[in-house]
Design a protein. Structure first.
Length: 598
């Protein structure tokens, strides 16, 4: 990085970026900028965001008024909802039925023909107390089985022994479907202590992984990379062995295609494995630099352990947004005005307002999630920047609280701006993908727009970091971030690809180890519902891994940009570096790597 940094933005340009007086000393530049010297950035975008959210409410209220969640239970072909007393409509005499004792909707799928979009509307539907023979109940709906719809044996009174046995089998299937929920509930209640123990062990595995990153960073990184190469070598060796020593079933002429496929896979994975080997050899020194950054990130994470709670708060905030999205989407889905399609077939017809509300609701939800993620990123970046630039890193006063206070007081507008950019590109991607009919062209469009979207996300994150450091607007911070990124592109690539790969493999290890330990805990308690325990532990361990290392990823990105600014602003002599001794070694290694003699 040495030579590229020496040609990068100079301290004087940083002073221009921060709009300091021409006679100001470089020593007057403070990073991160004090709260009293900051001003609200991109205020109009937080106003736009608030206005958009407020505009959504009338649409949602309209759909809530026109909707009814009880319609999800199903309604008959006259619009009467099963399991309740229905309102009477004067225009239709069949409405207003009391179906309190008829909770299930029975759909006669055999009555449907080529009806196009009106398939459900023109299907014979009625509310029943229990499913008729030949129907299978799924939740509150009775569906005709395939066999019964293709045979009229049930209409013949079950005269044969086969019909009676088939009927008994179907009734048993219906009872089994009813008992699945109860069986799952009883199993989870009985083995709740095993689930809790496994989840706590997952938490312990995550903490141990963090400690290993702090105490033995190099060993963990090289262990993960070496393990990937070893696994790849075993995979490639196994494929070649099977190709050279095929099973007897592959000796026949009919198995030539399978053997050819095995040869292709063996050559392909061999090539991939060799590429990985050469990449790791080529990037050996860069991996050493990544290890230095990982060491620094663990120092920051352990110096501010409460950083772990920031992604947890973000998770619950996004969970609330997702819950609201699902809740209102269900109301929008059930909203409609009772309308007669043809004689005797009524349904709840949606209008253009409801369609607009559905799309509008998704857009606002997506914008809101990106907004919440941006807050998380900037809060962590501000705290890590304070830790980096502090002379006494062991005695920080509430860096997370201060960072959150600055973000909410000054920079919500910049986050709203950045999240709006991502929302717009997501809308463009969805529109182009949906309008493109050709599969190959659709894949190409999706790839191109997806690449642009990924780059904008990367750029917006770095813009958030510089906004947290310098207190400047999103666009201005983004321009500076882009300049730093392009001037240090090789190092950015190594930090991102190698660092993200190592952290990703660490997360995978946490999940796999947690599931392996769960297997030991579940000894003697296996049943048909055991998969539920593994599913719960999988999601809990995945949440723990993502939460722990989401902080790591943001910390690494922030430290890298802080290091770039430190290298530009200071020289290590007249102006001492803010970086630690390990990062000074990082600088020296970078200079040797790039041949910088300055």
């Amino acid at each position: 990085m040495g030579e590229s940094l020496s040609k990068a933005t100079q301290p004087e340009e940083l002073a221009v970026f921060k709009k300091l007086p021409t006679n100001a000393l470089l020593d007057s530049i403070e990073i991160p900028e004090r709260a009293e010297n900051r001003k609200p950035t991109d205020k109009k975008f937080i106003i736009v965001f608030a206005v958009v959210v407020v505009l959504l409410f009338p649409f949602l209220i309209y759909c809530v008024v026109k909707g009814d969640l009880s319609r999800l239970k199903g309604y008959d072909q006259c619009g009467n909802i099963c399991g309740q007393k229905n309102a009477k409509y004067e225009a239709w005499s069949c409405t207003g039925q009391d179906y309190t004792e008829l909770p299930y909707l029975e759909i006669d799928s055999s009555s449907t023909e080529a009806m196009g979009d009106n398939l459900f509307i023109l299907t014979s539907r009625r509310c029943v107390a229990r499913c008729s023979t030949g129907y299978i109940k799924i939740f509150s709906t009775c569906y005709r089985s395939k066999e019964s719809s293709s045979s009229n044996s049930y209409d013949l009174g079950y005269n044969s022994q086969f019909d009676m046995n088939d009927r008994f089998k179907r009734d048993t299937e219906i009872e089994n479907l009813d008992d699945i929920g109860n069986g799952m509930s009883k199993y989870l209640s009985k083995h709740a202590w095993r689930i809790v123990l496994a989840c706590f062990i997952s938490l312990g595995v995550g903490i141990i992984m963090l400690v290993l990153f702090k105490t033995a960073t190099a060993a963990v990184v090289w262990g993960i990379l070496g393990g990937v190469l070893l696994f790849g070598a075993i995979l490639v060796g196994g494929m070649w062995w099977f190709y050279l020593n095929p099973p007897k079933s592959m000796d026949t002429s009919s198995a030539k295609g399978g053997k050819s496929s095995l040869l292709f896979l063996a050559i392909f994975f061999s090539a991939v494995w060799l590429v990985l080997v050469f990449v790791m050899i080529f990037m050996y020194k860069k991996i050493q630099l990544v290890i230095q950054l990982l060491k620094e990130s663990t120092k920051a994470a352990f110096a501010m352990p409460l950083l772990i709670f920031v992604p947890i708060i973000t998770f619950f905030a996004e969970l609330i947004i997702l819950s609201l999205l699902v809740f209102f989407s269900l109301y929008i889905y059930t909203a409609g005005t009772l309308t007669e399609l043809i004689g005797g077939y009524l349904y709840y017809k949606e209008n253009i307002v409801m369609t607009i509300t559905f799309v509008f609701n998704i857009i606002v939800a997506y914008w809101s999630t990106q907004f919440i993620i941006g807050i998380q990123y900037m809060v962590i970046a501000g705290a890590v920047a304070k830790w980096y630039w502090s002379k006494n890193k062991h005695n920080l006063e509430s860096p997370i609280k201060d960072s959150a206070s600055i973000v909410f007081k000054f920079h919500l507008g910049s986050i709203a701006f950045g999240s709006l950019v991502l929302t717009i590109i997501a809308i463009i991607r969805a529109l182009l993908t949906s309008l493109t009919k050709n599969k190959n062209l659709k894949a190409c469009v999706d790839f191109c727009i997806g690449t642009i979207e990924s780059f904008l996300k990367f750029l917006s994150k770095n813009s958030y970091i510089l906004t947290a450091m310098h207190g400047k607007p999103f666009y201005k911070s983004g321009k500076r971030a882009a300049k730093i990124i392009f001037q240090n592109a090789v190092n950015i690539a190594s930090v991102n690809y190698v660092g993200d790969f190592v952290l990703g493999m660490a997360q995978l290890l946490i999940v796999l180890i947690s599931l392996l330990i769960t297997t030991a805990i579940m000894q003697g308690a296996e049943s048909d519902y055991s998969f539920l325990v593994y599913l719960i532990v999988f999601f809990v361990s995945l949440f723990i891994a993502v939460t722990f290392f989401a902080t790591f990823e943001t910390t690494i990105d922030t430290l890298f940009l802080c290091f770039c600014e430190d290298s530009l602003l200071n020289d290590g002599m007249a102006r001492p570096y803010a970086m630690s001794r390990d990062l000074m070694e990082f600088v020296e290694n970078s200079k040797k790597l790039y041949g910088d003699k300055n």
